[in-house]
Ligand binder design. Structure first.
Ligand code: PEP
Ligand code: MG
Length: 757
C-alpha cells in the first residue's frame, strides 16, 4: 500500500498541467481503491460553490460544468466539517444534493475527504461505490493520507492556474485578489517584477504570449548569432592547443545553429504566438527526448550538447530581457530565497520592493529591506515566481500581499496610499532634530542597527544616538575567507570614527543558525540549536582573539566601542569570553598600545539567559535583548519558517514577561538594558518596552522617526499603564489588537499599514 501511495503522490506532483494532474489523481485512487467513481471538487469561495474539476467514473461532460452549492450539499458538509464523511448510502443523507449530469444514480457507498491547506479546505475528493456499504478503513485512511500529502502541491497548482487566468485576461478581473505571504518590511510599492533565476533551468521557463512576433523573432535570431560568434571565437582560441577531432564538436554546434532544426523550429513556435524563451524550451525538449530515446550511446550523449547550446542562447535572451527590465523605473525583485547580496543585482535607486518565496520577517533579507526602507513580502511560497517575470506588481509589505497584474482600481487605491505614506514620511522629517522622549520629557536612547557598509548611512545614523547593534558577521559573510585583523580593524575604525563620541555596539561574530560562511561550512541536523554565536568563537579562540584585537585597535582615539556577546546561554561562556577579552587587552597594554578597556555586554536571546539574568548582570556592563532569537526560542518557532510564522509574535505574553524580567534584573544591578531585536522598531512594541523601563531601543534607520513620533505622543505613565493592562492579557493576538486600537485612537493608524483588505 505504501508503495502504491508513494507512486500516486509522485505522479501527481510531477504532472505540470492542473487538469492532467487532477485526472491522474482521481484515476489512480479509483484504481487503487477499486471503486466505481472517484472525483475531485474545488471550493469556489467567491461563488459559494464546489466545482467538479476531474472525475473517473462520472460523465466527463460534467467536468467544469457541475457546480454544487457549498451550503446545501454533502460535499459542502465535508468542507464545513473539514473532516471525512463516510456513508452506506449517500442518497439517504439529508444533505444529499442530486446532480443529474454526473450519472451517479446507481451508486450508494460514499466517502468524501477534504484536502486541507493552511487550515482551509481547498478541495474534496469523493469516492462512490455501487454496494450500499461504507468504504473500509484502509481505503479511507489511504485517501486521507493522499489528500494530506498533495495539499501543498494542489494549492500551488491552483494559484498557478489563477495566475494564468489573470495574466491572460485582457481585463484582469482576478487581479482584485492578492496572493498572500508574510509582512517582511513595511511599505507599499507598485512596480515591474524582475525574477532572479537561480540557474538556467530550461524546464522552469513559463509560457508567455507575445503580440509583436517579428521583434521576438529578431531577438531570437540575434541571440543565436551571438552564440554562433562566441563558438567561432572559442574554436579559434583553442585551435592551437586542441586536436582536429575535438574541434569537430564546435563545427557540429555551428551546424546545429545554422540548420533549420533549432533555429527554424523555434521561429515557427514564436510565429505561433509563444515568446522566444518558451519556444526555445519546447524545441530543446523535443530534441532531448529524441536523442535520449536512441539506442546508440554516442547519439544519446548528444542531448547534453543540445542543452548546452540552448543554455547559451537562453543566456543572451535573458540578458536582453534583463537589460530591458532594468530600464524600468521601479523594480520589484523576486526570488526563491533572496539574500542581502541579491539586492545589489539591480540598480539600487530603482529597487522598489522585494518578494522572497521563502523566509520570514526576521530573515536577514527582511532585516536589510527594512534598513533600506524597501517594502518586502516574505514566505510567499504560493507564488509560482517563474510565471510572474516582467509583470506589473503591487507589493504590500504591511499585510504581506502581492497583486499580480493588478486591476486599475486597485492600482489607483495603492497609488493614493503610497502618496499618503510619502506625505507622512516628509512630515516625520520635521522630527529629525527633536529629542527621542515621551510626551512628558522622559528620554530614551535611540540607536540604529546596522551590519553592512552599504546600509550604514551616516546621515540617518546622525539622527540616532549611536549604533546599537553592528552585526559583524555580515562583512564576514560577504567574503571568500576570514577577513584579516587589519581588514577588520579598518572596517570597525571607519564606523567608530564616524560615530564618535556616540556609542557603537559591535557584536562579536554570530554565525551558525541561518548565517553561513561559505569558507567555514557547518552541517547540522538542527542548526538553530547547534553550533552558533559564542559557542563557535569560544571553540575557535583564534577567530575570537583576532576580532577582539581588531576592535580594540579600531577604538584607539575613538573610545566609543561597546562589545556585545551573542548567544550566551550560561555563566561559564560569559566568564570564558570575558577572560579572553581581558587577555587581549592586557597583552596589548603590555605591548605599549594605547588601548582602553571597552564596556562589554551580553545579548539576552536565549531563555536560559533570562533566568540567569541576575548572575549575568553582575559580570557585565550592560544587557542588550535580542528579541528575534528570544522569541524564536521561547515560543519554539523557527524565525525563518513561513509555515509557522503565524505563531511568531514578539507581543506574545511569554516574550513580554521574559523581557520585563530582564529589564528588572539589569536595573537591580544598575546596568542599562537595551533591546536590539526587530521588536524595537515596531511602534506598538516600543510603547510597551518604554513602559518596562527599557533604556535604549536599537532599530533599523527607516523605523527611527516613526517610533519617535509615537513615543512623543505618550507620557511615561501612560506607557506604564498600557503595559500593566497588556500584562493581564493572555494571547498575542489580543495584545496586538489592543495595541493597534491604542495607536488608531491616537491618530497613528497609518503606521499599521492601511493597505486594502
Ligand atoms: C536577535 O536575535 O534579536 C538579534 C538582534 O540578533 P540576530 O537577528 O542577528 O540573530
Ligand atoms: Mg540573535
Amino acid at each position: 500500500m505504501l508503495q502504491e501511495l508513494q507512486k500516486i503522490i509522485s505522479e501527481v506532483v510531477v504532472t505540470r498541467k492542473i487538469e492532467r494532474k487532477l485526472q491522474v489523481l482521481v484515476a489512480s485512487i479509483k484504481q487503487a481503491v477499486n471503486c466505481e467513481a472517484c472525483s475531485i471538487f474545488f471550493v469556489d469561495e467567491s461563488n459559494q460553490q464546489l466545482v467538479l474539476m476531474a472525475t473517473d467514473g462520472f460523465y466527463q461532460e460534467a467536468v467544469g460544468v457541475v457546480r454544487i452549492p457549498l451550503n446545501n450539499s454533502l460535499v459542502g458538509l465535508v468542507v464545513k466539517r473539514a473532516e471525512p464523511i463516510s456513508l452506506d448510502d449517500c442518497a439517504q443523507h439529508p444533505a444529499y444534493y442530486y446532480v443529474s449530469e454526473t450519472g451517479e444514480e446507481a451508486l450508494h457507498g460514499y466517502l468524501g475527504v477534504p484536502v486541507i491547506h493552511n487550515r482551509n479546505v481547498l478541495a474534496v475528493i469523493t469516492l462512490h461505490q455501487q454496494a450500499p456499504t461504507r468504504f473500509d478503513v484502509d481505503s479511507e485512511t489511504f485517501v486521507i493520507t493522499i489528500a494530506s500529502q498533495i495539499a501543498d502541491n494542489l494549492a500551488h497548482a491552483r494559484i498557478s492556474q489563477d495566475l494564468d487566468d489573470i495574466l491572460n485576461e485582457e481585463i484582469p478581473r482576478g487581479a482584485f485578489h492578492p496572493i498572500k505571504g508574510l509582512p517582511g518590511a513595511p511599505g507599499m510599492a507598485v512596480g515591474t517584477s524582475c525574477v532572479l533565476y537561480e540557474q538556467m533551468d530550461i524546464n522552469a521557463i513559463p509560457d508567455k504570449k507575445v503580440t509583436d512576433l517579428e521583434t521576438e523573432v529578431t531577438l531570437f535570431e540575434s541571440a543565436v548569432a551571438s552564440v554562433k560568434s562566441d563558438i567561432v571565437r572559442l574554436k579559434d582560441k583553442l585551435a592551437l592547443t586542441v586536436s582536429e577531432d575535438e574541434l569537430a564538436l564546435f563545427d557540429a554546434y555551428i551546424l546545429m545553429l545554422d540548420g533549420q532544426s533549432i533555429l527554424g523550429e523555434t521561429i515557427a513556435r514564436i510565429r505561433a504566438g509563444q515568446w522566444s524563451q518558451a519556444a526555445l524550451r519546447d524545441t530543446l525538449q523535443e530534441y532531448v527526448r529524441q536523442f535520449e530515446s536512441m539506442n546508440d550511446a554516442y547519439l544519446r550523449e548528444r542531448s547534453s550538447d543540445v542543452l548546452d547550446l540552448g543554455s547559451r542562447i537562453l543566456r543572451y535572451l535573458r540578458k536582453d530581457r534583463d537589460d530591458r527590465k532594468t530600464l524600468a523605473d521601479k523594480i520589484i525583485l523576486i526570488g526563491e530565497l533572496l539574500t542581502p547580496s541579491n539586492l545589489a543585482q539591480v540598480p539600487i535607486e530603482k529597487l522598489a520592493g522585494v518578494i522572497s518565496r521563502h523566509g520570514s520577517r526576521t530573515s536577514h533579507l527582511a532585516i536589510f529591506a527594512r534598513a533600506m526602507g524597501i517594502p518586502a513580502v516574505m514566505g510567499a511560497d504560493l507564488i509560482p515566481i517563474e510565471k510572474i517575470d516582467d509583470y506589473q506588481l503591487i507589493v504590500d509589505g504591511y499585510k504581506g500581499y502581492v497583486y499580480v497584474n493588478p486591476a486599475e482600481e486597485i492600482q489607483q487605491r495603492y497609488t493614493r496610499l503610497i502618496e499618503d505614506e510619502d506625505r507622512l514620511t516628509s512630515k516625520l522629517l520635521e522630527l529629525a532634530d527633536q529629542p527621542a522622549q515621551t510626551e512628558d520629557g522622559h528620554s530614551i536612547t535611540f540607536l540604529v542597527t546596522s551590519g553592512l557598509m552599504s546600509d550604514f548611512d551616516p546621515a540617518q545614523t546622525c539622527r540616532a544616538d549611536g549604533i546599537g547593534l553592528y552585526r559583524t558577521e555580515l562583512p564576514f559573510m560577504e567574503r571568500q575567507r576570514f577577513p584579516s585583523e587589519n581588514e577588520q580593524r579598518d572596517l570597525y575604525q571607519s564606523i567608530l570614527q564616524q560615530c564618535t563620541p556616540r556609542p557603537v555596539y559591535l557584536r562579536t561574530l554570530d554565525v551558525g543558525g541561518d548565517k553561513a560562511l561559505s569558507y567555514f561550512p557547518i552541517v547540522e541536523e538542527n542548526p538553530f540549536l547547534g553550533w552558533r554565536g559564542i559557542r563557535i568563537t569560544l571553540d575557535h579562540p583564534e577567530i575570537f582573539l583576532v576580532q577582539i584585537r581588531a576592535m580594540l585597535r579600531a577604538n584607539i582615539g575613538c573610545n566609543n566601542l561597546h562589545i556585545l556577546l551573542p548567544m550566551v546561554s550560561n555563566v561559564n561562556e560569559l566568564n570564558d569570553a570575558l577572560s579572553l577579552i581581558h587577555r587581549v587587552y592586557g597583552e596589548m597594554l603590555e605591548d605599549g598600545e594605547d588601548v582602553v578597556m571597552p564596556k562589554v555586554g551580553v545579548m539576552i536571546e536565549v531563555p536560559s539567559a533570562v533566568y540567569m539574568a541576575e548572575s549575568l548582570a553582575k559580570r557585565v556592563d550592560f544587557f542588550s535583548i535580542g528579541s528575534n532569537d528570544l522569541t524564536q526560542y521561547l515560543l519554539a518557532v523557527d524565525r525563518n519558517n513561513a509555515r509557522v510564522a503565524g505563531l511568531y509574535d514578539a507581543l506574545h505574553p511569554a516574550v513580554l514577561k521574559a523581557i520585563y524580567q530582564v529589564v528588572q534584573a539589569g536595573h537591580q544591578y544598575n546596568k542599562p538594558v537595551g533591546i536590539c531585536g526587530e521588536m524595537a522598531g515596531d511602534p506598538a512594541a516600543a510603547l510597551l518596552l518604554v513602559g518596562m523601563g527599557m533604556d535604549s531601543l536599537s532599530m533599523s534607520a527607516s523605523s527611527l522617526l516613526r517610533v519617535k513620533w509615537v513615543l512623543r505622543h505618550f507620557t511615561l505613565n501612560r506607557t506604564r499603564k498600557i503595559l500593566s493592562d497588556v500584562l493581564k492579557m493572555e494571547d498575542a493576538e489580543h495584545i496586538r489588537k489592543h495595541m493597534n486600537h491604542i495607536l488608531e485612537l491616537a491618530g497613528m493608524g497609518v503606521l499599521l499599514g492601511s493597505g486594502i483588505e
